[in-house]
Design a protein around this ligand. Structure first.
Ligand code: B1M
Length: 211
């Protein structure tokens, strides 16, 4: 019998091969994709997120855990599709126009994926039109913008104005983050929420999507 605690521990510890082995075994035993996801993979990512937030682990550990999670997800994906497991929500995430930093944005994306969201990663140097397109064509309900430069923080404001002009602001929530970004800046530009780190971004997404 597959022990879901062991699966969660293996994700946490970044043990990619073990995660793959346990996910295959759990499928073989007839567990549903939802169960494997929620009881095993997501639990492991949740824990690493909390420990990262509390400075008990650092970026490398989170990246290694996320790689193990992804390996498990790759095996599970056909099952998820087959069982029509609904994601908690669809999020488009990107680093704003003019900014090429993506380590923090990737961490946020991985944590959101680990928490059960479908994440559309638009990459770096993302123009507002790309976020708008993701909302119109892919139905994303939440847009996440990351900025690491004080100069590109202004691109967040431009993007929000572009969302208004494109008429999508009413039907999409916007969260912002990145080292120079603050709650004050979030309020000033009229975004819906600010998160200081990847684990908080998951908590924020939960509250914004449920709002
Ligand atoms: Co650049 N860089 N960089 N850089 N770089 C900084 C940001 C800088 C502070 C370094 C410094 O001078 N001390 C400085 C900015 C100064 C400023 O604006 N005030 C700087 C500069 C100036 C530059 C260049 C202009 C340098 C040059 O070319 N002259 C240039 C700009 C290029 C461009 O973007 N157009 C540049 C380039 C680069 C590299 C390419 C070399 C590389 C990026 C590689 C990459 O990302 N693939 C790089 C790096 C690595 C850094 C530092 C050293 C590290 C950034 C990082 O990855 N942190 C950085 C100095 C520093 O921060 N110590 C620096 C780790 C990461 C996990 O943290 O991204 O903050 P962070 O993400 C956190 C939170 O902020 C939050 O969650 C994450 C996890 O907890 N978060 C979100 C992030 N996004 C979020 C989104 C959310 C919610 C939370 O919701 C959507």
């Amino acid at each position: 019998m597959v022990d879901f605690q062991e699966l969660a521990d293996s994700v946490y510890g970044g043990k990619k091969d073990k995660v793959e082995e346990l996910v295959k075994a759990a499928i073989g035993e007839g567990h549903s994709a939802k169960e494997i996801l929620e009881e095993g993979l997501i639990q492991g990512m949740n824990r690493i997120g909390i420990d990262f937030k509390n400075n008990r682990v650092y970026v490398p550990e989170v990246l290694i855990a996320a790689r193990a999670m992804k390996a498990g997800m790759t095996i599970l994906r056909p099952r998820i599709v087959e069982e029509k497991v609904e994601p908690k929500g669809r999020v488009a995430i990107g680093t704003v126009k003019g900014d090429l930093h993506d380590i923090g944005k990737n961490l946020v994306g991985m944590m959101l994926e680990g928490a059960g969201y479908e994440v559309i990663d638009l990459g770096v140097d993302v123009a507002p039109e790309k976020f708008i397109q993701a909302n119109k064509e892919k139905g994303v309900g939440l847009i996440g913008m990351s900025s690491l430069l004080t100069t590109t923080m202004l691109a967040m404001r431009d993007a929000l104005q572009a969302f208004e002009q494109a008429g999508i602001r009413e039907n999409v929530k916007v969260m912002v983050g990145g080292a120079p970004v603050t709650q004050k800046w979030c309020d000033e530009i009229g975004a819906d929420g600010y998160a200081p780190d990847a684990a908080s971004a998951v908590e924020l997404a939960e509250s914004l999507i449920c709002a």
